[in-house]
Design a protein around this ligand. Structure first.
Ligand code: SPD
Length: 285
C-alpha cells in the first residue's frame, strides 16, 4: 500500500500550504506548545509549532539570512546581539557570520524547541553551542523589561501573533525592545505576510511606527509561509540603513544562498500594493 499523506497549514480557512509527508520524526507537547518535526518530499525536515510551519531545511535560508544580515549590516559595529525566540538556531547561525559580533543572547521561552531542533534539524541548529551564544530560557516579555542600553542589535525571530508569541507584538514590548538598545542600536522583527496576513502586517507596522522614528519594512519569498511572501521590519531611533560595508557584504555573499549586494541595494523597495495597504485608513478584513 502506498500512503499519500499530506500536511496542510490553513490560513483563516481561505487558503493554505500543503506538503507531502514522508514521515513524522517527532511529536510532543511542551509546557508552551505542540512541537512536531515532519519529513516532507519537497522541503525536507520541517519544524511545526502548534501546527504552523516555523522552518524547513530547504527554504529556511530566505528567512534567516534576511532577518540577520539586513540589520547587522546597517549597524556600524554590532558586538552584542539579542535574539528573541529563534530557538531553532537559524538566526544564531547567520549572526555568527559577522566577525564583529562578540556575544549573542538567545532569549527563547521554550527549551524544548532548542532540544528538538538540535536533534532533528542540525543544519539549522548547528551553532547553538557556539561559545559566543548565551541561552536564556525565559519569556522575552519579562526578560526585556529591565534591560536598558544593553544591545547593539535586537532581532525578534518570533512565532506568529498567537499562543506564546502574542506578547511579542505589543506597543509595550516594542518600547522595551527599543529601550534595550544602545546608542546607534537597530532592531528587526519578523512582521508577517503582506499578502496573506495583511491585518497583522498593518497592525504591527503601525505599532512600530509609534515607538521608533525609523521603520522600514522589507520583503522576500519564504515559499512555505502563508502567501509565500514574507516581511521583516527594520527599526531604529534615527539611524538610516545606508550603504553597507562592501568588504563585509562581499565576504558574506560567498556563503549565503539568498542575500547578496544586489539584494541589499534594493532591500527597502516597497511594492506599490504594500504602499497602498499601509497608507489606507480602512481596516483589513
Ligand atoms: N508563519 C510562520 C512565521 C514564523 C516566523 N518565525 C520563524 C522562526 C524561524 N527561526
Amino acid at each position: 500500500m502506498v500512503l499519500d499523506v499530506w500536511f496542510t497549514e490553513k490560513h483563516e480557512d481561505k487558503q493554505g500550504i500543503s506538503l507531502k509527508v514522508k514521515g513524522i520524526l517527532y511529536s510532543g507537547q511542551s509546557e508552551f506548545q505542540k512541537i512536531d518535526v515532519i519529513d516532507t518530499e519537497a522541503y525536507g525536515k520541517t519544524l511545526l509549532l502548534d501546527g504552523l510551519v516555523m522552518t524547513t531545511e530547504k527554504d529556511e535560508f530566505f528567512y534567516h539570512e534576511m532577518i540577520s544580515h539586513i540589520p547587522l549590516l546597517a549597524h556600524p559595529n554590532p558586538e552584542k546581539v539579542l535574539i528573541i525566540g529563534g530557538g531553532d538556531g537559524g538566526t544564531v547561525r547567520e549572526v555568527l557570520r559577522h566577525p564583529s559580533v562578540k556575544e549573542i543572547v538567545l532569549c527563547e521561552i521554550d527549551g524544548a524547541v532548542i532540544d528538538v531542533s538540535k536533534q532533528y534539524l542540525p543544519s539549522i541548529a548547528c551553532c547553538l553551542d557556539d561559545p559566543k551564544v548565551k541561552i536564556h530560557l525565559e519569556d522575552a516579555v519579562k526578560y526585556i523589561k529591565d534591560k536598558k542600553n544593553c544591545f547593539d542589535v535586537v532581532l525578534i525571530d518570533s512565532t506568529d501573533p498567537l499562543g506564546p508569541g502574542v506578547g511579542l507584538f505589543t506597543e509595550e514590548f516594542y518600547t522595551n525592545a527599543r529601550d534595550s538598545l544602545m546608542e546607534n542600536g537597530v532592531m528587526a522583527a519578523q512582521t508577517e505576510s503582506p499578502i496573506a496576513c495583511q491585518k497583522e502586517f498593518k497592525l504591527i507596522n503601525s505599532l512600530l511606527n509609534k515607538v521608533f522614528s525609523v521603520v522600514k519594512p522589507y520583503f522576500a519569498p519564504v515559499p512555505t509561509y502563508p502567501g509565500s511572501y514574507w516581511s521583516w521590519t527594520f527599526c531604529s531611533g534615527g539611524g538610516q540603513p545606508g550603504i553597507c560595508d562592501d568588504n563585509l557584504a562581499a565576504k558574506l555573499e560567498k556563503s549565503t544562498k539568498y542575500f547578496n549586494r544586489e539584494i541589499y541595494s534594493a532591500v527597502f523597495a516597497v511594492p506599490n500594493y504594500v504602499k497602498q495597504l499601509m497608507a489606507s485608513e480602512e481596516a483589513v478584513k
